[in-house]
Design a protein around this ligand. Structure first.
Ligand code: PMP
Length: 352
């Protein structure tokens, strides 16, 4: 840190992303990327668009917003898109909580919520998950600030139903309820349908997981036009071109190729079921997951040791040191071949 950095940023804790090491080729099961490549049409769209990089991207993102609106049965004024869903979460903390404002989210959830809360001086409260890592929706009723829930939650994979979300949205008529559906395409229930009924519900999704575009940085939100306009105000006071031309064209092509991506999600769900079965057979406790990862703990080896032993054998998973979850590892669901390697290495570590 230099002596020029102003005080308000000096004490901030930064978000620590999953490792992206370059020392060797790992079976990478630590950042919930898709194991499948983008569809050929997406690669083609990006290649074509590269030849037009001398031009700024469309700051209204019109074509992409229309494509997303068509797929989800909403109007284009109900769709916002941005440079990854992290960008949307950041803007939402800024717009709907802000300095001294209140926000509520689970104690165990996506690490960026706290980081954005601190960045914007939000007075946030974390609500403990239940013993089994589920969320008790009642604990989010009748609050007095921005409510943020990842559904399915990360790193647990546990999901709430649309009815449970509706109860939260209904009981918070004066607050924005942000439902982060980064992992919803892997078996969760989306609450996008509720956005036509409630003007305080902001549903956020990403192209990073189910649509194999983590490296392109594209997220979107669906909500009442009022909330979308608010997010746009923040974009237009920071960076109107925050989604680049290649990402925009990739996004449109990915929406047009929806079947390819949804087929991949079904494959990942099948691989998840098989992986759970095999890990349970080895004595693991696996939290029921609706995401493209599982949260698992061994009855024979502690979480930190398993993480390190796997890493030394070329398999990367994600381990969090925090007290309630340090016995667990979050394991991204890769291809069946990658999961075979995982299980083989785990057997080796356990000596079975
Ligand atoms: N929400 C959750 C719950 C996540 O796990 C992630 C991925 N790390 C994101 C949002 C952000 O995704 P992206 O910025 O790649 O769209």
């Amino acid at each position: 840190m230099s002596r020029y950095l102003i005080d308000q940023y000096q004490s901030l804790e930064v978000y620590v992303p999953g490792e992206q090491p370059r020392d060797m080729q790992y079976v990478k099961l630590n950042t919930n990327e898709s194991p499948y490549p983008p569809s050929p049409a997406v690669i083609d769209a990006v290649t074509k668009e590269a030849g037009r990089l001398q031009l700024y991207s469309d700051p209204t993102l019109m074509e992409l917003r229309e494509a997303i609106a068509g797929l989800y049965g909403v109007k284009r004024e109900n769709v916002y898109a941005s440079n990854g869903s992290d960008d949307i979460l950041n803007f939402a903390f800024m717009a709907f909580a802000g300095k001294g404002g209140r926000a509520y989210f689970p104690d165990i959830s996506y690490g960026f919520y706290k980081v954005f809360g601190d960045l914007h001086g939000v007075n946030y409260t974390t609500i403990p998950l239940e013993e089994d890592f589920s969320i008790d929706p009642e604990k989010y009723h009748n609050l007095d600030g921005l409510v943020v829930i990842a559904n399915p939650n990360a790193p647990t994979g546990v999901a709430l139903s649309v009815e449970e979300i509706e109860g939260i949205v209904k009981s918070n008529p004066n607050n924005v309820v942000l439902i982060d559906e980064a992992y919803v395409d892997f078996g969760g229930e989306s609450c996008v349908g509720l956005t036509t009924k409630y003007d305080n519900l902001l549903v956020c999704q990403t192209f990073s997981k189910s649509r194999s575009m983590a490296g392109a940085r594209l997220g979107f939100a669906i909500a009442d036009a009022g909330l979308i306009g608010d997010l746009d105000r923040i974009r237009n006071t920071t960076n109107p071109y925050n989604v680049n031309r290649m990402t925009l064209s990739a996004g449109v092509a990915a929406i047009q190729d929806n079947d390819y991506y949804m087929d991949n999600c079904r494959k990942i769900e099948a691989t998840r079921a098989e992986t759970v079965r095999r890990l349970e057979g080895l004595g693991f406790t696996v939290i029921p997951s609706k995401a493209n990862f599982i949260f698992a703990k061994s009855d024979k080896v502690d979480g930190g040791t398993l993480y390190r032993e796997l890493k030394s054998r070329g398999v990367l998973v994600r381990h969090f040191e925090s007290p309630r979850i340090k016995d667990f590892n979050r394991i991204t669901i890769g291809t069946p071949e990658q999961m075979d390697v995982l299980v083989t290495k785990i057997k080796e570590i356990l000596g079975v």
